[in-house]
Design a protein around this ligand. Structure first.
Ligand code: NAD
Length: 357
């Protein structure tokens, strides 16, 4: 196994692993550990080149730094990627080698599930390193993050309502959800219980049918869902759906949903601001899952109560983001980044030795 470092400005450590015996070709990026060890998932994709994989892992690691800083997880940001077609190259030896690669970071990088990586894969990684999170509850780990992400999103939607209407009361508010999977489906039920009126859409017609029959949600076809006038739009399916084509069509006062990377480009945050639509930045409102996983790293190990206590701070963090957005006349997305940077700089200043005269 050959592990070599790649120097990248602004990143604490980036490394490549080539293991000819197992076929592993992987990268780990640690962006910043000021606030704690760098936690971020492992994804596996058939990248066309190492450069493409490097671009992805760097972008995602930095995103994790910001997400954790705003979510107050006590962690830093990192990420890892395996280059390869999941259906072809997954093997026990591959994930054992990945475990050794993670172990070589000595706890500075902690891994978890991400795209094309499942619990069984991580169980193998865990045989070579203890720096694995998000495994089953039975094994003492934090388990499925989705219910925690959904809870954070629900509290975030309340915070958004407070920002727009001056009250967290969702009674009678019309929420349109795109994507009613593990997070969006739970969120829909919680919102209904809080008195909101729901319209849902999903490309999975069976799922939509099941939920609407059980809970009485209104249904719209995914293709036309932006024609629906609503109070709050909640994207819970996939990324990049807030873009030049969709933003002019929006008929809502606010946006708050679980999907990652909702803005196609940062300037779409400005477009939303110009339209007077309050946008809850995705990585702030959907942090429930990472907050839950982060609790595993506390000295006493995982405790659900502690996780819920921390998730309850998401509305506080969103309020801070809204304040910064108004204070600095910037989009809420940029305001979230600014909050993250301010927190990291404050921690760095607190750590540096006091200056003597
Ligand atoms: P999921 O796969 O369980 O649900 C996604 C749903 O969206 C599915 O029902 C799918 O059919 C639907 N969908 C996919 N493409 C669609 C499209 N073009 N139009 C309409 N519906 C579409 O995923 P999830 O765990 O609920 O996550 C939802 C989003 O939240 C994802 O973007 C995910 O990255 C993000 N997220 C999830 C978590 C978590 O804890 N699960 C944490 C943070 C962020």
């Amino acid at each position: 196994m050959e592990i070599s470092e790649i120097k990248v400005d602004g990143y604490e450590k980036v490394a490549r692993c080539r293991d000819h015996a197992s076929g592993l070709h992987a990268l780990i990026a640690v962006h910043d550990t000021t606030l704690g060890p760098a936690l971020g998932g492992l994804r596996m994709l058939p990248y066309v080149s190492e450069d493409e994989a490097l671009f992805d892992v760097l972008r995602l690691a930095k995103g994790m730094t910001y997400k954790s800083a705003v979510g107050e997880t006590g962690l830093g940001g990192g990420k890892s990627v395996i280059l390869g077609e999941p259906s072809k190259v997954k093997s026990r030896a591959l994930f054992e080698a990945m475990g050794m690669f993670v172990e070589s970071f000595g706890g500075r990088y902690i891994t978890a599930e991400d795209m094309n990586i499942g619990i069984p894969d991580l169980e193998i990684v865990k045989t070579k390193t203890r720096w694995v999170t998000g495994l089953s509850r039975e094994s003492g780990s934090s388990g499925n993050p989705s219910p925690y992400t959904a809870r954070g999103c629900f509290l975030g939607v309340q915070a958004v309502a407070h920002e727009v209407w001056g009250s967290t009361d969702l009674n009678g508010k019309h929420v349109l959800i795109q994507g009613v999977g593990a997070v969006g489906g739970r969120l829909a039920i919680m919102l209904k219980e809080a008195g909101a009126k729901l319209t849902i859409c999903d490309i999975n017609e069976a799922r939509v049918k099941e939920l609407s029959a059980k809970h009485g949600f209104a249904v719209v076809a995914d293709d036309n869902h932006l024609d629906v006038a609503c109070d709050i739009y909640s994207p819970c399916a996939r990324g990049a759906t807030l873009n030049d084509a969709s933003i002019p069509k929006l008929k809502c006062r606010a946006i708050g949903g679980a999907a990652n990377n909702q803005l196609l480009q940062p300037e779409h945050g400005d477009q939303l601001k110009k339209r007077g639509i309050v946008y809850a930045p995705d990585y702030v409102i959907n942090a429930g899952g990472i907050i839950n996983v982060g609790v595993e790293m506390l000295p006493g190990g995982y405790h659900e109560e502690e996780s819920l206590r921390r998730i309850d701070r998401i509305p506080h963090n969103l309020r801070k983001v809204f304040e910064i957005s108004k204070r600095d006349s910037i989009s809420t997305q940029l305001a979230a980044d600014r909050l993250a940077i301010e927190r990291i700089q404050a921690a760095k200043a607190a750590k540096s030795p006091a200056k003597t005269r």
